[in-house]
Design a protein around this ligand. Sequence first.
Ligand SMILES: C[S@@+](CC[C@H](N)C(=O)[O-])C[C@H]1O[C@@H](n2cnc3c(N)ncnc32)[C@H](O)[C@@H]1O
Length: 381
Amino acid sequence: MNTRSSVEKRYADAAIQPEAALCCPVDYDPQYLKVIPEEVIEKDYGCGDPSKWVKPGETVLDLGSGTGKICFIASQVVGPGGRVIGVDMTDDMLEVANRNAPIVAEKIGYGNVEFRKGRIQDLALDLNLLGAALEQHPVAGANDFLKLDEIAESLRVKQPLVASNSIDVVVSNCVLNLVESEQKPKLFQEIFRVLKSGGRAVISDIVSDEEVPEAMRADAHLWSGCISGALTEENFLKAFEAAGFYGVELVKFESEPWQTVAGIEFRSVTVQAYKGKQGACFERNQAVVYQGPFKSVLDDDGHRYDRGVRVAVCDKTFQLLQSGPYAGHFASIEPLEIVPSETARPFNCKKGARRHPKETKGQDYDATTEARTCIEGSDCC
Ligand SMILES: C[S@@+](CC[C@H](N)C(=O)[O-])C[C@H]1O[C@@H](n2cnc3c(N)ncnc32)[C@H](O)[C@@H]1O
């Protein structure tokens, strides 16, 4: 059996009969578990809890949603103003999730979760729609296959399973490792595609501390058991970078391995990564000061910020550094005379260039001011 069929069979079986070997201890918030039926909880094959980073009102996409536990937790976190979409390729998993969705909805008083059938490395292709097309155009030869391929391409464009730029936060719990090695780059690109600009991915998965040797990768049972498809902890983060994410951060790193196989440690981590650094750069005479504690830091575009130094940045970087992963690390300095965005020129990015205070205040600035008045209770005196 190859790795792909092994994953398909193992999770179809695990949807019917719980498999203890696929469970990894996770401390889910008990308040959200109260309304989730036991059948869903006992078929938990996660290794982390990405729902801890979800916020009220968000649209959430859960990759490899299994029997739906993370979706049902996220459903309560986002509240009636948000929505949750779970994607899985295994019919038996989807059956359990779909059967339990109305039960959870009744208990919490609203329904905002839906499950869709697809492969997470091809989030544009709706496998239910493809199945319906196959019934009308059965494949009996190469020409039929080519026709079906054409239909699949048209479905991806006209009726995508998950539309581009439509999701606030993509979560996943112990699934990315299961995708075949050659499809992993496509998987990260798909996560990036479906996120809105400003959105983020929060992914819990198993990583290895050393490269997994070829012989172990060929072991289909180890692969479907969330072991041998794991990326190294370093390559896992690099995969987000390669897809265009910024602010990539290990928000959880289990010190104890989940399993050790042939001396290689496999542990659970949770990574948060942001979409939104792409776009044109405009000069609005802004500067930032990195506040520390490190002597110097580098962002995902290669800009270097030395502690305490006024660095010239474009408007896009200026905005990014005030929010998301960077919030609280940079002081922002606007020029005395604001440059309207309509008249802003393209920014000449000389990475790490300083912004002289005279540029901020204006070359002719020579004001002398009184000390700021002390107000009782303020901390300015
Ligand atoms: C280890 S289980 C995790 C299930 C769930 N996230 C949880 O926390 O219990 C992996 C799930 O991902 C699904 N899966 C594996 N590979 C997939 C792929 N390429 N596309 C879609 N679903 C996939 C399996 O059907 C299974 O439900």
